[in-house]
Design a protein around this ligand. Structure first.
Ligand code: NAD
Length: 358
């Protein structure tokens, strides 16, 4: 199959890591008989420099016509003090214009890096692999906000509709079906009416998915369980604010920021599957930009997510993941995950080593 991918490399280490993501997709294409065409578009600081805007309309149009988007990172000190414009506006703009309502964040700890986790070995074990699906465009962040006339009272409103809940739960059920078949719906149904609606909708959908083991957990308990016994989870699905907090907590379990991938999905079909935006969770790391120091694995694993979730290419996605594991097994590390006794390599060499293992 032919795939048309828009790359938005952005700022700082964005171009360093996206280059390696493209290299991996090219190698997957060669091995599995696909072809990936890449089209670079501007967003973030580089777009401000070139056009005055963080998200030029041309970028949005190109993304909408693509089969999926691979994003590096945006932002940096150069653009921190501009009046009225910030590179990060590009991210919110892309999410809303592409209709991306579900954010998927795996917290993955590879056995080879288990020592990087802040949890004790007897809790974390050899590896960890859970996925948080967060609703991205509704809930309290987008509800009515207000202040009383005297300024001494304030409110933010959490509102969800059944269709909004259904569509993100569907992403959760589908993801669980592609993984170990367990879904945990996280809410605060003992207190919040919106949570009770989430549970009602989830229960109805669970009846239609007898193959998925569906469980319900209060958010405060979930926050504890993530530290006490994170291996009990496969897929967690939750609202915007709960997901924001839990996904950051879970990402800490995995140790290094240079290893963590993410995907944002909507329901816009492309000719090859579902249009998604795939990006590492780290930022533009201006301190190490353009020095061949960045870890490209988060971006490479984001490419594996693209293969899995947008194009349903499971064998290809598994091949990328296994290639990363084999390179770690052989002892190669970028600076951020280096430990004594392993061999330090740069961004480009890490990309080349992983490509060679596919
Ligand atoms: P950051 O993630 O860029 O960097 C934090 C630390 O982690 C730095 O020491 C950096 O060197 C290191 N690091 C990050 N990614 C790495 C990688 N792949 N390999 C090795 N080391 C890595 O966060 P920050 O310093 O808070 O932000 C820098 C800029 O990035 C800011 O302008 C911020 O607004 C922006 N940002 C963008 C995104 C995004 O585009 N999605 C996300 C977060 C921050």
């Amino acid at each position: 199959m032919d795939f048309h991918i828009v790359t938005v490399s952005g700022d700082g280490i964005g171009p360093d890591v996206v280059e390696q993501g493209k290299r991996i997709l090219d190698k997957v294409g060669e091995k599995f008989g696909h072809s990936f065409q890449f089209e670079e578009q501007l967003a973030g600081g580089v777009a401000i420099d070139a056009t005055g805007e963080p998200l030029p309309e041309q970028t949005v149009e190109a993304c909408l016509k693509s089969d999926s988007v691979l994003l590096g990172a945006v932002g940096g000190p150069k653009w921190d003090n501009l009046p009225n414009v910030r590179p990060e506006q590009a991210l919110l703009g892309l999410r809303s214009r592409l209709g991306l309502f579900a954010n998927l964040r795996p917290a993955e700890l590879f056995a080879q890096l288990a020592a990087a986790s802040p949890l004790k070995p007897e809790i974390i074990g050899h590896e960890l692999d859970l996925l948080i699906v967060r609703e991205l465009t509704g809930g309290i962040y987008f509800g009515e906000h207000g202040r009383s006339a005297d300024g001494h009272a304030a409110w933010d409103t959490e509102a969800y509709s059944t269709p909004e809940i259904e569509r993100v739960l569907r992403v959760g059920f589908d993801a669980a079906a592609k993984r170990r078949g367990k879904l945990t719906v996280v809410d605060k149904a003992n207190i919040l009416e919106t949570s009770r609606l989430w549970r009602e909708v989830a229960r109805a959908m669970a009846a239609e998915h007898p193959d998925i083991q569906c469980e319900y957990l209060y958010v405060d308990n979930c926050a504890m369980q993530l530290i006490r016994d994170p291996k009990q989870f496969d897929v967690i699905v939750t609202s915007n604010m709960f997901g924001d907090i839990l996904s950051d907590e879970a990402s800490m379990l995995a140790g290094s920021i240079g290893m963590l991938a993410s995907a944002s999905l909507g329901d816009r079909a492309s000719s090859k599957g579902i249009l998604g935006m795939y990006e590492p969770i780290h930022g533009s790391a201006p301190d190490i930009a353009d020095q061949d120091l960045a870890n490209p694995i988060a971006t490479i694993l984001s490419c594996a997510m693209m293969l899995r979730y947008s194009f349903d290419l499971q064998a290809e996605a598994d091949a990328v993941r296994s290639a990363v594991e084999r390179v770690l097994d052989k002892g190669y590390r970028t600076g951020d995950i280096y430990s004594e006794g392993t061999q330090k390599v740069g961004t480009k060499e890490m990309g080349a080593l992983i490509a060679a293992e596919i």
